[in-house]
Ligand binder design. Structure first.
Ligand code: ASP
Ligand code: MG
Length: 593
């Protein structure tokens, strides 16, 4: 008999009528021959209300007591849901996190799941019950109630689907599914029929608020097909799966991160320890660093810029200033009025000419880009906040996301028996080591590329587009692109290309340098790109720091960096590739899957 998990978010259980309507969905699945587990969130804005009540009593309520309080929201909903099912004439049993046996660590208000017992749920299902599980909560080894962090019911649902090897995990919510961009920002956004885990992780981290990021990490780790759909209709919704995109579009979604600030560090020594010391300090200060860009220096000093959430700009500046001073550098001007526009898509990993299309479209819309970073499946550009909305609309249209076919009726997902067996094996091992612990899939060295850097590029709209149009026209496949903001007038643009296209790239760059009157050109004919890939790289913020630490100890200098949800890439000198690979493998030995 097949088993399905149905999760209902707060808005889908906001009142008695909605609870009954959710109950009817579960009953229907039960009638269709499925065993059904419902995971429910607190009703409506209940959790917010509880948070508010706590804040009226104390400015800093103890985290343990916060969890005791917040977990009550879900306890109310599971009980009411069980009553609703009972009133429809079916058997139901509600369970709290501790009754199920969802074991977590003890980090209250942001606990991570370590283990889930399945016996009780399975025997209740076998007795013909619909099992109703409280989302968002667990219990630590001392029987303290814990919660998984706001929005954590998604994670409960996917985790249960994983350990029970459910056929489907359905997330019922108040939107129709995953959109090409936030429809509240751009009404022309369209529903996406299928989206890959990595794409969804990137989109979620960019603020596509549909799903708790950690639930997608779970889905990816355990190969759970997740369907996001509306609780108000029977529409198909969006399916989040492992499958590569079948659509021809290179880009699946676009996103705007409106409130960013750019922090700049100037003239720090371009030696191995610098980047490590800076990022160690940032990690200690718990700042969420986003786009990171380092200029390739020609005079032995480096400039580093990165973005942080706007409201963390001041504390970031304060935290870094002493370190930067001790290193002999200086803090550049912070710009608090910038936004990040990103496009995400599996398609771009294999197609030429995606980046330049984005840059060209922005140039035509007269938007100037202050910083650019790319990863395998994401391109982000930093723009002035007052140009952000038009920038988003421009790239969304450029990649056909406003008109793309979104056939949501014909797609069905059949997991192959093979993946189920693999998943069982992975689950078994992870149950032993902690379900949500950091998992590094792979550490790889790519020493087949070269780097070209243009320095002192006039910072006007259209330059990056011109450069990468030219590069694409010459059939050159660009991998990483980094554009940093040097000062108000100048930018540096670095990109990596296959070594066999190095000569051709250098020719193109030389012409561009003359034509656009750039200050300089530098290059390395052989670079090494070191990639740590895995799951949870973002929620386990220390990964980049650990990498810098290991590289520093091995005395290896970092030339370029880029980060995404599932990868951290660094570029070092080609001759140091093997040594870099070795030290990273040692550093992450215990986290390797
Ligand atoms: N009720 C919790 C919250 O609002 C968990 C959830 O809804 O996912 O954060
Ligand atoms: Mg939610």
């Amino acid at each position: 008999m097949s088993l399905v998990v149905q999760k209902f978010g707060g808005t889908s259980v906001a009142d008695g009528e909605k609870i009954l309507s959710a109950a009817r969905k579960a009953v229907r699945a039960h009638q269709n021959g499925h065993q059904v587990i419902m995971v429910v969130s607190a009703m409506g804005k209940n959790t917010d209300m509880l948070v508010q009540m706590a804040s009226e009593i104390s400015e800093a309520p103890p985290a343990r007591e916060m969890d005791m309080l917040l977990s009550t929201g879900e306890q109310v909903s599971v009980a009411l849901m069980a009553m609703a099912i009972d009133s429809l004439g079916y058997q139901a049993v509600s369970l709290t996190g501790s009754q199920i046996g969802i074991k977590t660590d003890s980090s209250h208000t942001k606990a991570r799941i370590q283990h889930i017992s399945t016996e009780r749920i399975l025997s209740l299902l076998d007795q013909g019950n619909i099992v109703i599980a409280a989302g968002f909560q667990g219990i630590d080894e001392n029987l303290n109630i814990t919660t998984l962090g706001r929005g954590g019911s998604d994670t409960t649902a996917v985790a249960l689907a994983a350990v029970l090897q459910a056929e489907a995990c359905e997330i019922y919510t108040d939107v129709d599914g995953v959109y090409t961009t936030d429809p509240r920002i751009l009404p022309e956004a369209r529903l996406i029929a299928t989206v890959n885990y990595d794409e969804m992780l990137e989109l979620a981290s960019l603020g596509a608020g549909v799903m708790h990021s950690r639930s997608i990490e779970f889905g990816k780790k355990f190969n759970v097909a997740i369907r996001v759909r509306s609780s108000l209709s029977d529409a198909f919704g969006s399916l989040i799966i492992d499958q590569a995109q079948t659509r021809e579009l290179p880009v699946s979604g676009a996103a705007l991160t409106p409130d960013e600030a750019r922090i700049s560090i100037r003239d720090v020594p371009d030696v191995p320890g610098t980047i490590y010391q800076l990022f160690l300090r940032l990690a200690e200060a718990k700042v969420t660093v986003d786009m990171i860009v380092q200029n390739v220096s020609d005079d032995g000093t480096a400039d580093i810029s990165f973005t942080v959430p706007r409201d963390e700009a001041e504390e970031t500046f304060q935290a870094l200033a002493p370190v930067v001073q001790a290193l002999g550098g200086r803090m550049g001007k912070t710009d608090p009025d910038v936004s990040k526009v990103s496009v995400v898509g599996m398609g771009m990993a294999t197609q030429v000419g995606v980046a330049n299309r984005m840059f060209r479209a922005l140039a035509n819309a007269n938007v100037s880009m202050q910083m650019i970073t790319t990863s395998e499946i994401k391109i982000s550009a930093l723009v002035r906040r007052d140009q952000a909305l038009s920038a988003l609309r421009t790239v969304h249209a450029e990649f056909g996301l406003d008109t793309g076919a979104t056939d949501t009726t014909s797609f069905s997902y059949e997991p192959t028996p093979q993946t189920q067996i693999d998943a069982a094996d992975v689950i078994d091992r992870l149950q032993k080591t902690g379900m949500e612990s950091l998992v590094i899939d792979d550490i790889v060295l790519d020493d087949t590329q070269a780097r070209v850097t243009l320095t002192g590029v006039p910072n006007e709209p259209g330059i990056a587009a011109a450069v990468f149009d030219r590069v694409a026209t010459n059939g050159i496949f660009v991998d990483m692109i980094v554009q940093s903001y040097a000062d108000d007038r100048n930018a540096d643009i670095s990109f990596t290309v296959p070594a066999e296209q190095f000569d051709a790239s250098l020719d193109v760059a030389t012409k561009i340098q003359q034509e656009f009157e750039c200050d300089g050109l530098n290059y390395k004919s052989q670079i090494a790109k070191l990639t740590v890939s895995g799951i949870g790289l973002r929620s386990h913020t220390g990964v980049a720091v650990e990498m810098f630490k290991a590289l520093n100890e091995a005395n290896i200098n970092v030339d370029m960096i880029n980060t995404s949800e599932v990868r951290v890439n660094v570029v070092v000198d080609g001759v140091q590739g093997q040594a870099g690979l070795k030290c990273l493998r040692e550093q992450f030995a215990s986290a390797m899957r």
